[in-house]
Design a protein around this ligand. Structure first.
Ligand code: BGC
Length: 315
């Protein structure tokens, strides 16, 4: 039987599929934008990506890495804060009618954590935590070498731990969730807030994108920060403060050896990581009196989710 598996990662902005071998190498990829309307259209887009990859490779299984709360039986999307029309669907059943492969479904950040644990930055560590910083914040925890799933399938939803009572309203319906302060969307919010407070400072930043505050993307902010733009750098620092404070709390809960940061925003590398490490040191309870986890960038980058899902589907 073929050792090839397809992994497809579904996020708020993209559907990224790849054919992955048992060593974690990606042999081919296929990508689509996440359809804005989500729902059935999104399920069909996933099937399209899978069937396209299936045509050119002899594949034995399909692993889906999906942003959302997944049922304990790994069949249904219980709820998704950042994707429209997908909450409550039986994804496994729907996809089974469109793709002729055994299907396994896992949360996107859990998949990324698994990918990094087996083939990436967490290799060799039995105590690892993954945080994906993208549209939302995803979390995954490897405890004693095993992926933590919890009693009802939703363990390690770090993005929805409340960091500020009565803070910003989150897509999940609660207020003050971590992902409202430390995600890619939060980075953009921090930028908008500084521009509103001091419009003169934003002149250089607004030369990017389509010239409007609303049109700025995470990529624009990262490029501006690399060029030393003060508004972009301040937004990264604010995001890193929240991220570091969150990691400090999670570190005393899970005691990881390594915390891997992935998701689109990690493209900024040390611009995000350096102030995050400083913030972790500042906020960590009994800081300096016990070993601190290493905080590193995902080695598999944006492909961690698809590699992890492909690997989980193979098992
Ligand atoms: C969702 C998670 C997901 C994360 C990253 C969060 O809003 O609740 O399930 O892992 O975003 O996509």
């Amino acid at each position: 039987m073929s050792d090839l598996s397809i992994g497809i990662d579904i996020g708020g902005t993209k559907v990224l599929g790849g054919v992955v071998d048992s060593a974690g190498a990606i042999l081919a990829t296929s990508r689509r934008d996440t359809p804005k309307e989500g729902g059935r259209k999104l399920t069909e887009t996933i099937a399209e990506v899978a069937n396209e990859l299936l045509q050119s490779h002899d594949v034995a299984s399909l692993g889906i890495s999906a942003a959302g709360f997944i049922s304990a039986d790994r069949e249904r999307i219980l709820a998704t804060p950042n994707i429209a029309g997908w909450s409550g669907i039986n994804l496994k059943e729907e996809l089974s009618t469109l793709v002729d492969l055994p299907i396994f479904i896992e949360n996107d950040a859990n998949s990324a954590a698994w990918g990094e644990a087996v083939h990436g930055a967490g290799k060799g560590s039995h105590h690892m935590m993954m945080i994906t910083v993208g549209t939302g914040i995803g979390g995954g925890a490897i405890i004693d070498g095993k992926l933590l799933r919890g009693a009802y399938g939703i363990a390690a939803e770090f993005g929805h731990m409340r960091v500020l009572p009565d803070g910003h309203l989150c897509g999940c319906g609660a207020r003050g969730c971590f992902e409202q302060y430390a995600s890619g969307n939060a980075l953009l919010r921090h930028v908008r807030e500084s521009i509103n407070a001091s419009p003169d400072l934003a002149h250089n930043l607004l030369q990017r994108g389509n010239g409007t505050v609303e049109g700025l993307t995470g990529k624009d902010i990262t490029e501006a920060a690399r060029d030393g733009d003060p508004v972009a750098l301040a937004a990264f620092n604010t995001t890193a403060q929240w991220l570091g404070a969150g990691i400090a709390s999670l570190a005393v809960l899970f005691d990881p050896e390594v915390v891997v940061i992935g998701g689109g925003v990690i493209d900024a590398g040390e611009i995000l990581l350096a102030p995050t490490r400083t913030a972790v040191d500042r906020y960590l309870p009994f800081s300096g009196k016990h070993p601190t986890p290493k905080i590193v960038a995902a080695v598999l980058g944006n492909e961690a989710g698809l590699v992890g899902a492909a690997d989980l589907a193979r098992q």
